[in-house]
Design a protein around this ligand. Sequence first.
Ligand code: SF4
Ligand code: SF4
Length: 344
Amino acid sequence: MPETSPTLLKRSHPLASADSQRQVLDQIVTPSFAEAVAGAGYRPLKARSIEVLQINLGKRCNQTCRHCHVDAGPDRPEVMSEEVLEACLNFLAARDIPTVDITGGAPELHPGFRVLVERARALGRQVIDRCNLTITRLPNYAYLPEFLARHHVEVVASLPAYGIKQTDLQRGGGVFSESILALQHFNELGYGVEGTGLVLNLVTNPVGAFLPGNQVSLEREWKRELKRRHGIVFNKLYTITNMPISRFLEFLETSQNLESYMERLIQAFNPQAVAGLMCRSTLSVGWDGKLYDCDFNQMLDMALPQHMLDIQLGELEERVIQTGAHCFGCTAGAGSSCGGVTTG
Ligand code: SF4
Ligand code: SF4
């Protein structure tokens, strides 16, 4: 079992509130993100389609990673209701959205997780499970790897580093060894193995206030090291920039790195990263049915006017995207999204 610590909410930390997080970000003098993307030819920044319906099933998690932008943990009560889940499935059935990306918290803790996977697959959609790996090691969830393989669900698994020290530092004591066992089991089922069609992608984000390294060379290094040390294979490595939100924002504040980190993101603004921003092709659904441009806007409570329970068809595809200073995290360097870099 991973070691956990109390969430911001449990500690009654001011940053548990999205309002406080936005205020902290507003106090830092930054150029306007909207103006920065306008300089890249996007006036205003608009969605171009909905290719991914990202469903956040809630904030419950069996881990309490230090960088978590959700402030997820075992003490979080928020979970999606059956009514909202049903509305998501109805929306999906009525629309030609190819991919369903299931996230949380640990989404597998939700009692409707299996039904969501089965019904989305029955609709012929690609399904992604954002899995923290250790969840599959808990007795009640040991069924997950076989279940996911049976339904050909793509597994996107987070692991900060291929070494124990950095991983346990960021995700909690005991996480690394359990994650390795989970990955080995996924491999035994064919995940990450060429020719099986079972996709296992890993996600890494920096352990500290700096930008990720080059995705291509890191993938090469990770493949070599995970194979050599643990016999593990996987498909792709995604590098993700830490967003100045929630528990990573707390870390930036307490380590007095906030201003320099924001400066770093702004200095690294890459106009070429704008075209592939995930908000341009994603619709994000919160546990309570509110809709957002992305999971980060969700955590900052920057909701769209529409709600999943009374959504009108056709009105979201070309919406203007709501942006803020945090968005510089998505355009720094090679760009960053739930699918890794946004350039190249
Ligand atoms: S980063 Fe993921 S695994 Fe870690 S606490 Fe947050 S939701 Fe859970
Ligand atoms: S934070 Fe969200 S809205 Fe802002 S650029 Fe990134 S994906 Fe788009």
